[in-house]
Write a protein that binds this ligand. Sequence first.
Ligand code: CA
Length: 621
Amino acid sequence: MLSVALVACSTSKKQPTLEDECLYSSQQTQFTFWSNAAEQMEVLIYNDANDANDEQTVALTKGENDFWQAAVKGDLAGKFYTVRSFQNGEWAPESPGIFAKAVSINGQRAAIIDLKTTNPEGWDSDVRPIMADPTDIVVYETHLRDFTMSPYSGVINKGKFLGLTEEKPLSYLKNLGITHLQILPMFDYGSIDETALENNRYNWGYDPVNYNVPEGGYSTNPADPAARIREAKQMIQALHANGIRVVMDVVYNHTFDAMGCALGRVVPQYFYRLNEDGTYANGSGCGNETASDHEMMRQFMVQSVCYWAREYHIDGFRFDLMGIHDQETMRQIRAALDKIDPTILTYGEGWAAMAPAYPYDSLAMKQWTYLMPRVGAFSDDIRNALIGSPFDHERGFASGNANGRSMAMIGLIGCPEWSGEPYQHVSYITCHDNYCLRDRIEVSAKKETEATKIRMNKLAQTAVLVSQGMPFLYGGEELFRTKQGIDNSYQSPDSINIIPWENKREYYDLFEYYKQMIAIRRAHKGFRLGTAALVKEHVGFLMTDNPQLIIYSIKDLEGIDTAKSLIVLLNGGAKLAEAEVDEGTYTVLAHDGQADVQGLGEIQGGKVVVEPYSATILAEK
Ligand code: CA
């Protein structure tokens, strides 16, 4: 080791924080790390990502609040660094630090770069697309490879951030009419070897390594620390230019491993919850769970989302296993994002894989959603009611099981018991987890014809799109995707995970139905009243003796909607259903598996028939 001890010569005046790890200027680079356990800390500066020996070893000086700092003179752009701490009589292994903003291939070392040089042309004028109201949102979830790898995708930069800057995928999403694209993990994760991308391994990416750096596998050159940053920004910029906001899937609840990753190396154990016997608690089911209730883990999460929102213009965050985090952290994240832009979206999975080592009442579990204003939670209630639970192969309301009816009705109004406001209720039936919709209907209603299964598919998604909650669609359902019965495709090959663009011809009718239903939702404010009070005032269910029929009525909409009232009849049975509606002139927006925002025709009320496994939607003139 070429050890040249450089003296720490200046510290910044403002109170240091975790995100200040490496502050570059052409005159000096200032390093700041936090550890409450280290006896000594040092930064090792390397000329190259792969050099065996460091060029300089810089001792850090401990200041207030356990922050260790040093400033190194000169222009260090293009160099790499690691940090290590001395504790319990030995030096811990090097790591890139917990808040690296640029890294070498596979995230082994942090890179010193001038972030301004990663901004694509026009970045300063990039703005978030207008979002007047959170109830206007329609989220579409996809994985970068699912969306671009198919030979039918028309994408040149397959599996890359740049793939989503190309005209074909952008115009597809625009045409479908969604407002937010939720991308499966795009931060640096560990399961893909960035040096061997030609091996074409696939992974969802729920194994975080560097939280504040884009994944190298999605860049055209993972060895160039600037490329992944610039290309991620280009993708976001292109989506914004096409009116689409970008939601990042964030996985702060656990790390790839607890000992080997930066959080575990810089300060052993601090960032994790431990069992009473000193072993790592495992609420994530992945071997560890982080401790958002610890002050610096909380600060880390708050600063990390704010960093993505500011530096990358990210528009929303979907928190993986949010039930592992404590409620107070989620409230502080909300408050911090509000200072940047209150329209930034926050929602997550209000559950954990196993019981976290923290008091249940203080966790961000679904049932406490109302205690976290403007933080949403996925509704397994409406999901299970409509298509059945992932824990069995039963049918749901939309596939013929009348037992799902009452919970489906509660889901349509956004489960007010737990949701607070309806837009905190994420209405969905499928996502990357569990079966995709086609496969779910296949395992639970195997004997039905394909035509019937498509009717069930449309019916279930209709309920999602007319619900008062925030609708969420799993990408590719509109093209009748199948994952060949695989209900956990996290490392299945592309062939299982890719969206079948070629289906658009054969299943055009299904695609068109989704598109029209999205348009119908966006055209009618009655489906997205926005507050629990308005839902209570305007929404009701009409009586019927038919246990497989839901008659969902939204009335007195003068001044709110172009329609005076909206009536949605959902027939989850195999037989024709009948209902009486008040006399009046109604535009038929959907009927018998067809939907059209301009209307399929007109009726005068009275007796209405609803075809098997389908929705009839009426808008009163
Ligand atoms: Ca990686």
